[in-house]
Design a protein around this ligand. Structure first.
Ligand code: AMP
Ligand code: MG
Length: 413
């Protein structure tokens, strides 16, 4: 691949996937500390769930076949099985037991009649009307049998997965080590709000990309270092990238990767390692450099704040998750209909900020484009819940045109 050639998003993702090996180092962590981590082992259920036949309802357990017509029959109550307090007696003809949801159904009891289908008179119940014809008993292993797959390797452990593993009695899991990621911003014009006085010097702006990236990375299973801001100076850039590469798995920068007189990052990366590509057929986000610095991967995002965020979503986030041990974490795509016109010049695939909604009866969600889409305007993300993908080949699109949207839900937190 000629690194000076502009490539499509898919080619960029494919190159990253072929160059970067997902994490192999693992560590064992208590289940309670595993949230957000990526499972390094395939797990099978060690217990059947439920471990005993259990009642799905509050009612009465009967030693009667499911098919039997019980309407109008009477049964004497000879005991009770409650959740956590199983009944230990034996089933006898004409006798039932009171049973509660989640309680063990003792041997010999084959059917639970719902409380609502009975009338109780002291120690006896009368089955009224036509009772629910189902057994209302959850058999052993109804959820999962012992030995069945419980969770695949490379599963990200969210709340649902933590709960499922807890339900099998899992105490500890093997997860991939957190990759160490260092984040730089670049640019002589950038000022950290936290470290400057009240007045912003003329010609300067407040730094926001590093702040955004650090916040986005907080939610991923990575160990992040804030490496500060690099000046627009080749020597300092070279020294700092070289040093940082020794203690990180990935260096993430923003700005300084284009063709400006003071854009030094790409040349420095080329000198210290290699640049696989640095031009994408994307808008916003044309200059994006991927490569290697010493022993660390390198991803140089474009400087305009909207470009930084869009390329984070499309490329850097999948790269980070791939490195973490979870390949294939690209955003999902949905078909939608434009509610507003979209301006677009043919040439590069464009990702505009939009807000979509869906109403019952509509065949597809409808999506509005959120104002002037210039890549410096963080305002275009205000109220956005998706990116709208406009293919390279098309021109302006009218309201009503079919488009593809990429929901932001789950990608920013
Ligand atoms: P560059 O790619 O370095 O030429 O930056 C492109 C534009 O993005 C310039 O207007 C920069 O001032 C702006 N920019 C670069 N980095 C940041 C940052 N960390 N925070 C806010 N704006 C930035
Ligand atoms: Mg710059």
């Amino acid at each position: 691949m000629d690194s000076n050639q502009a490539i499509d998003l898919n080619a960029a993702l494919a190159r990253i996937a072929s160059d970067v090996a997902p994490m192999v180092d693992t560590e064992r962590v208590p289940l309670g500390a595993a949230q957000g981590r990526i499972l390094a082992e395939a797990l099978r259920a060690t217990h059947p769930a439920p471990p005993f036949p259990s009642s799905a309802m509050d009612g009465y357990a009967l030693p009667a076949p499911v098919s039997a017509d019980l309407s109008g029959t009477r049964w004497r109550i000879s005991g009770e099985s409650a959740a956590g307090h199983p009944w230990t007696g034996a089933a006898r003809d004409g006798e039932c037991i009171r049973i509660l949801t989640g309680a063990a159904v003792p041997d010999g009891f084959t059917r639970v009649v719902l409380q609502e289908d009975t009338r109780r008179d002291g120690d006896v119940i009368l089955i009224s009307g036509q009772p629910d014809p189902r057994s209302n008993i959850r058999p052993v292993g109804h959820d999962v049998q012992a030995g069945e797959p419980l969770m695949p390797q490379r599963q990200r452990l969210g709340a649902l997965e933590i709960g499922r593993l807890a339900s099998d009695g899992v105490r500890e899991v093997s997860v991939y080590r957190r990759p160490r990621i260092g984040v730089f911003s670049t640019g002589d014009e950038l000022v950290d709000a936290a470290t400057t006085g009240a007045d912003l010097p003329y010609g300067c702006i407040y730094e926001s990309n590093r702040a955004t990236l650090l916040a986005l990375l907080k939610h991923l299973p990575v160990a992040v270092t804030d490496l500060g801001n690099l000046p627009d100076d080749a020597q300092t850039t070279r020294r700092e990238l070289d040093v940082a590469a020794r203690s990180h798995d990935l260096l993430l920068t923003s700005g300084g990767v284009s063709v400006g007189d003071h854009d030094h990052v790409r040349n420095v990366v080329e000198a210290l390692g290699y640049v696989a590509f640095w031009k994408l057929n994307l808008k916003p986000g044309k200059p994006l450099a991927f490569g290697r610095v010493g022993n660390s991967w390198f991803c140089g995002l474009p400087g305009n704040p909207v470009s930084t965020i869009v390329t984070w979503l499309l490329i850097a986030r999948p790269l980070v998750l791939h490195l973490c041990g979870q390949p294939g974490s690209e955003p999902v795509r949905l078909p939608a209909t434009l509610a507003t016109p979209a301006e677009h010049h043919a040439g590069r695939t464009e990702y505009q900020r939009g807000c979509f909604s869906w109403r019952p009866g509509q065949p597809l969600p409808v999506v509005s484009i959120l104002g002037d889409q210039s890549s410096n305007r963080l305002a275009t993300f205000q109220g956005a819940n998706c990116l709208v993908e406009i293919p390279a080949a098309v021109h302006d699109l009218p309201a009503g045109a079919p488009v593809t949207l990429l929901p932001l839900a789950g990608l920013l937190d």
